[in-house]
Design a protein around this ligand. Structure first.
Ligand SMILES: *Cc1c(COP(=O)(O)O)cnc(C)c1O
Length: 386
């Protein structure tokens, strides 16, 4: 079945009593007839749930839907995207290894690597995924895992991840791919050979800025280990947030179809604007990764457009103050168009030199394009920029 169908198909959210909307198991714990019954469940001899930190039916309905969308055999839900990234790293590398981190990556991921994992003995090394020799050289050495994004935050870089993954695997380096920007609507990194795919469900999959959640997906063995990490480290989500994510996810295909079409229209409109120095959108022929994006992504190029303004940070401030429809929101993936400023918000974890190396400058804003009428979004920017 096509993605558009799978995302709403009833089988994806199989629930007790054929409830059409999945029930919310808002319970921290489950009761048992006797000690023997608990022993059987905890030893794996019979299926079920005991304590929600270790599992809950509402988590599993959501995990099942995400696994189906990513083409994964299994998935595990976590309390946030960052919790899912941490669980993925600890699953792939329970003892310290080098963390090879893509040069273009979400600042929060850099914070996790630097502030939490480096002090535990996981040294972080930058790697340029657009340079095959650099990837091979980085992978060659002591044990490592590689962290990449299918579409990078914030400048929409799309590295040839199929080749990167082959090269990493040749050196026995597992690869995890953060698929938050692309969503499984546009990209399925497991089909390129990725070992684990990770999402912040807080963004497009939730889609309504009303929850915080994450998910990781991969092989059944890895996900059994990940479930243990999530339960034992306490990265456990909340059942109600999972229900909200399920509700949001059912319209993912429709939302991404509209939002990515709007993003392309906005990117094209802004590209010619005299106040705009540069537009970063992988669906524009002017983007350096346009050929790779066309070969790796499907059904469009996502809903994030970043823009560098000629007038620098001062022009950004003025534009943001003059926008009427589009609000400054330091997140992304809402049904409404929002914008943020990577240098002061999502990427403040990077040093000035690190920011400069990947063009995160005062003049750059990141726009998360929503599902409004494209003409209204474009007009809001035209009026503010004028
Ligand atoms: C927001 C984000 C995260 C972190 O997710 P949280 O749900 O905020 O913890 C990870 N990766 C990317 C690309 C993001 O945009």
């Amino acid at each position: 079945m096509d993605f558009n169908t799978r995302v709403v198909a009833a089988e994806a959210v199989a629930t007790p009593h054929n409830a059409v909307s999945p029930p919310i198991f808002q319970t921290s714990v489950f009761a048992f007839e006797d000690a023997e019954a608990v022993d059987q469940l905890l030893s794996g001899a019979r299926p079920g749930y005991s304590y929600s930190r270790g599992g809950n039916p509402t988590f599993d309905v959501l995990a099942g839907l995400i696994a189906s969308l990513e083409g994964a055999e299994a998935a595990v839900v976590a309390a946030s995207g960052t919790g899912a990234l941490t669980a993925a790293i600890l699953t792939l590398a329970p003892a310290p290894v080098r963390l090879l981190v893509s040069r273009e990556i979400y600042g929060g991921t850099v914070g996790l690597a630097r502030k939490v994992l480096a002090p535990l003995g996981y040294p972080m090394e930058w790697v340029d995924l657009h340079d095959p020799a650099a990837v091979a050289a980085a992978c060659d050495g002591p044990p490592a895992i590689l962290l990449a994004e299918s579409i990078s935050n914030p400048l929409g870089r799309v590295a040839p991840l199929d080749e990167v993954i082959r090269s990493a695997h040749a050196a026995s380096v597992p690869v995890m791919v953060d698929n938050t920007f692309a969503t499984p609507y546009h990209a399925r990194p497991l089909s390129w050979g990725a070992d684990v795919v990770v999402h912040s469900l807080t963004k497009f999959i939730g889609g309504h800025s009303d929850l915080m959640l994450g998910v990781l997906a991969g092989s059944p063995d890895r996900m059994a280990a990940a479930r243990d990490v999530v339960a034992t480290a306490g990265f456990t989500p909340d059942p109600f947030a999972c229900w909200l994510a399920l509700r949001g996810a059912r319209t993912l295909a429709l939302r991404m179809e509209r939002a990515s079409a709007n993003a392309l229209a906005l990117a094209e409109a802004l590209q010619g604007h005299p106040a705009v120095r540069r537009v970063y959108y992988p669906g524009l022929a002017s983007h350096p990764d346009y050929p790779v994006a066309r070969s790796l992504l499907s059904r469009g190029f996502g809903a994030i457009v970043s823009v560098a303004l000629d007038g620098g940070y001062e022009a950004v401030q003025q534009m943001v103050q003059r926008l009427r429809l589009v609000r400054f929101v330091p997140s992304l993936g809402d049904v409404a168009t929002t914008l943020s400023h990577p240098k002061v918000a999502s990427h403040r974890e990077l040093s000035l030199e690190e920011q400069a190396a990947v063009h995160i400058e005062g003049r750059v804003v990141r726009i998360s394009v929503g599902i409004e009428q494209a003409a209204d979004i474009i007009e809001d920017f035209r009026a503010a920029l004028s």
